[in-house]
Design a binder for this molecule. Structure first.
Ligand SMILES: Cc1ncc(COP(=O)(O)O)c(C=O)c1O
Length: 474
């Protein structure tokens, strides 16, 4: 396997301000904690070759012994391996048990993933799917566009949301991310630029880079979208695509209003830019339903919409869909066989049943998530008064602004206390968002409270160190 060398400058950017003043943990431990977090988050890809000890120590302004000891810790834990002539190479420990846990062996609480387990409707939908399965068994089961009953149910759902759609405009895929990879495969070539909201969904950045394209970030303001910034970036960079999350944006939870949707569609038409709109979170609204789909404002068929069963129903279904012009769908079907041969029939039948009956269970799920969101907001205000948050109108998480660039340091020390936090840098290009955390409210309120309380002293210590440093500078 070919090894990529991690550029020292890029590694330093990803590490951010990893060293805590006045910490009782030795510097080599702090460095090991920060590097481990980058590996676990995927920000330091597996099979990456780290810079040589001497060069790394000079860049970090620490002794070579410190670097050697930190790498030694990670080697012992299974996060690094030494390859002859290649130095230290990142890997994951062979067994999850080797991933450090809280003292006493309590497992790590994962506050980095925003997802829910299955409700009773999922089991019921599978039962319905088994009943509906027999007629499909007479076919080969290979259908690259997806079975007709599901495509019809999806098209009707768009129709009900104000976007006329035929089943020919739908293609069923194995999740929204897989759909995005297929769109990239059809429409982009190496070196093409793809505009993204900044921050954005990390796997979208990974898919863009995986297609050898370059993500071009457009900063999101505190609320809303910067349409002037989007227009200017498109004019300056001539991207092949723009990937946007107008419906309860991940990670900020923001929802684009109807006027902005019309403006964005107009910018795309004027500049002949294809928009890929990821609607994965569209059903998770708590205050008011979102405006009609962005594609409803598009007169030119320039919008390709990605949908997912993952958040509305359950991630384990592993299904999503693409809505586009019938012509684009036909082209996507042609390139699909370089990726896979279709989606599982039973899951498609289950999702058709879930879509048809979604109003039987989604209102209760929204009410329950709204309560968790509000409890989480109250907890954050009480335990972390210096954090800034905007209560999201939808989605599954808070996008928390910290009072300093402390996300990596806090996440690294929380990891040792048994809490895995989602540092904001995962949601940015090139190490941006070191001042942010994404905090899901998907866990039970009591569990979340325990986790937030257990890492609060670590945060207070970090904040204290930061304030002392500021005082010395002043
Ligand atoms: C914006 C966004 N797109 C896509 C996905 C993943 O969707 P799927 O599981 O359908 O690939 C997620 C999951 O969190 C998401 O937040």
């Amino acid at each position: 396997m070919s090894l990529r060398r991690t550029a020292t400058a890029s590694l330093l950017r990803q590490l951010g301000r990893w060293q805590q003043e006045n910490s009782r943990a030795p510097v080599y431990r702090q460095l090991a904690d920060a590097l481990r977090l980058l590996i676990l988050d995927g920000r330091l890809p597996l099979d990456s070759r780290l810079p040589g000890e001497r060069e790394f120590a000079a860049a970090l302004d620490v002794s070579r012994t410190t670097v050697a000891s930190a790498l030694g810790v990670l080697r012992d834990e299974g996060y690094l391996t030494s390859r002859h002539g290649s130095g230290s190479v990142t890997q994951l420990p062979a067994s999850r048990e080797r991933i450090p846990t809280r003292t006493g062996g309590t497992p790590l609480l994962d506050l980095s993933t925003a997802a829910l387990s299955a409700g009773p409707e999922i089991h019921h939908a599978y039962q319905q799917a088994l009943i509906a399965l027999p007629p499909h068994l007479a076919s080969t089961g290979y259908d690259p566009q997806g079975i007709a009953p599901l495509r019809t149910a999806i098209a009707q759902r768009y129709q009900a949301r104000g976007l006329p759609t035929t089943p020919e405009q739908i293609m069923v895929v194995n999740g929204a991310v897989s759909g995005f990879a297929l769109v990239l495969r059809l429409l982009t070539g190496p070196g093409d630029r793809v505009v993204v909201d900044h921050p954005t969904y990390p796997l979208a950045i990974a898919a863009i880079q995986g297609a050898s394209c370059r993500p071009v970030p457009v900063a999101l303001p505190q609320t809303g979208w910067d349409t002037d910034g989007l227009a200017a970036t498109i004019a300056q960079t001539s991207p092949r695509l723009a990937y946007l999350l107008p419906d309860f944006h991940n990670p900020t939870g923001q929802c684009m209003d109807a006027k902005t949707r019309a403006q964005v569609a107009h910018i795309a038409a004027r500049t002949r830019t294809t928009l890929v709109v990821d609607e994965t979170m569209v059903d998770l609204w708590y205050d008011a339903p979102p405006p009609p789909p962005l594609a409803a404002f598009d007169e030119d068929e320039r919008v390709i919409t990605l949908g997912s069963a993952g958040k509305s129903f359950w991630g384990g279904l592993r299904l999503g869909w693409i809505r586009a012009s019938a012509k684009t769908i036909a082209s996507l079907i042609q390139v699909r066989d370089t990726l896979d041969l279709g989606s599982p029939v039973l899951e498609q039948l289950a999702v058709a049943s879930l879509i048809t009956h979604s109003e039987d269970f989604l209102p209760a799920r929204r009410a329950w998530l709204r309560k968790r969101r509000d409890d989480c907001a109250a907890m954050l205000a009480q335990l972390y008064p210096s954090w800034r948050t905007v209560t999201p109108p939808g989605g599954l998480s808070f996008w928390v602004e910290l009072p300093g660039a402390l996300a990596t340091r806090f996440a690294a020390s929380a990891e040792n206390a048994g809490v895995h936090l989602g540092a904001g840098t995962r949601f940015g290009v090139e190490g941006a968002f070191e001042r942010y955390l994404r905090l899901p409210f998907t866990h039970e309120t009591e569990l979340l409270r325990q986790a937030l309380e257990s890492v609060q002293p670590l945060w207070l210590q970090l904040e204290q160190n930061g304030n002392n440093a500021m005082r010395r500078v002043v």
